[in-house]
Design a protein around this ligand. Structure first.
Ligand code: GN1
Ligand code: MG
Length: 369
């Protein structure tokens, strides 16, 4: 292992004796380890992470957000569903009472409880799973509509400010540090052709039609944990980017990650498509939890948000490819380009089905009202 995980783990108030530490998970940003402790013949597991402080510039502020959000959710659930409350993420403190530990190299670390008997999926195969996963992200937003204590910290500034993403992309395009622009003309043309969609939601927000809410902002479908046996939603994880945002960003990233049967980096683009029945389940699941508080504009742009967030992700992956793969972890040469191409294909598929998707959204909300 790259880090001295055992001595780092020793700084946290773990319950029992640490017996195992191993790399865990497939996130693109942080380094994650699974920890197993033993106490009285019983195993207790934790998740240890090194926070990528190149990406998250202020880890203590991020951890303050996460503490506020997780405590609020747990407190609310304790009154209604104590069993579910016990299966939420909890920030494990250091012996000194901090939510993070800074090692001598300047790395920030944190520990969560491991959510047991729960599973995640990178792609979804059943309609029931899609409904439940989307309901959970809607539930998460609903749980946080009354978060006390003022706005959360912006853990990454302009994270979903798509016009800014486009601007950054334009800079790397002009600079072309790795001489890769010449090989991706078709992808660049696609970005330029669709650039006009970037500011649609922000224009609505500036007119007051779409409110700023507490949102998750990284609603990859594998950030929902479902009970391993019943497949009922348990909790939402990866709270690094929970901050002020638009509800539609969360819906959009679900469309991106749950409607296609293909992985995010699939090279066979014929497999990449927005499956309308999956989209329908996402709408129904999300709407079930949110229809009471979403505004008319939020409902209107639900289908659009899938296109926007997938397009934004394409810009981010393609930009990182052109920049020389400095942001996302890659596991092969051209990995970010593969990822960008999948996003492009998915945007195309969403565009081809846009009218049907909009009609479907309307009918789902009409039924609920
Ligand atoms: C990153 O680290 P991970 O896998 O949760 C990224 C998301 C992207 C995603 C694409 C902080 O998420 O915004 O949508 O990769 N997180 C950050 O797979 O940039
Ligand atoms: Mg993440």
């Amino acid at each position: 292992m790259e880090h001295d995980v055992e001595s780092i783990a020793a700084n946290f108030t773990l319950d029992g004796l640490l017996t195992k530490a191993e790399p865990f998970g497939g996130g693109h940003i942080n380094d994650t380890y699974s920890l197993t402790c033993q106490k009285d013949g019983r195993a207790k597991r934790y998740v240890l992470q090194r926070i990528n402080h190149e990406v998250f510039k202020n880890p203590p502020a991020m951890m303050e957000n996460i503490r506020r959000v997780t405590e609020h959710i747990r407190r609310k659930l304790q009154g209604t569903d104590a069993e579910l409350a016990a299966r939420q993420l909890e920030v494990i403190q250091t012996a000194g009472g901090d939510d993070w530990f800074k090692d001598p190299h300047g790395n920030y670390w944190r520990v969560y409880n491991r959510i047991e008997n729960a599973v995640t999926y990178d792609t979804l195969e059943s309609l029931e799973l899609a409904h439940e996963a989307a309901r959970m992200f809607g539930w998460f937003q609903r749980m946080l509509t009354d978060l006390p204590g003022g706005p959360l910290h912006e853990t990454i500034v302009d994270f979903h400010t798509t016009p800014k993403r486009l601007e950054t992309f334009g800079q790397v395009l002009r600079h072309d540090p790795c001489n890769r622009v010449k090989d991706v003309k078709a992808e660049i043309d696609f970005v330029l052709e669709n650039a006009h969609i970037c500011d649609v939601l922000l224009n609505c927000a500036s007119k007051g039609e779409i409110p700023i809410r507490v949102t998750h902002n990284d609603t990859k479908i594998n950030n929902v944990m479902l009970d391993a046996e019943t497949h009922k939603g348990v909790c939402v994880i990866d709270l690094d980017t929970v901050m002020p945002g638009l509800s539609l960003y969360d819906f959009g990233d679900m469309v991106r990650t749950a409607t296609s049967p293909a992985d995010e980096d699939e090279r066979d683009l014929s497999k990449v498509t927005m499956r309308m029945p999956m989209f329908e389940m996402l709408v129904k699941g999300f709407a079930a939890e949110t229809h009471t508080f979403l505004t008319a504009a939020e409902k209107k742009y639900l289908a659009f948000s899938g296109k926007l967030i997938t397009f934004e992700q394409m810009i981010r992956f393609l930009g990182d490819h052109l920049a020389g793969d400095t942001y996302y972890k890659i596991h092969r040469i051209g990995h970010n380009l593969d990822r960008a191409r999948t996003q492009m294909e998915l945007v195309r598929s969403i565009i081809a089905q846009e009218d049907a998707a909009n009609a479907l959204v309307d009918s789902v909300f009409a039924e609920l009202s």
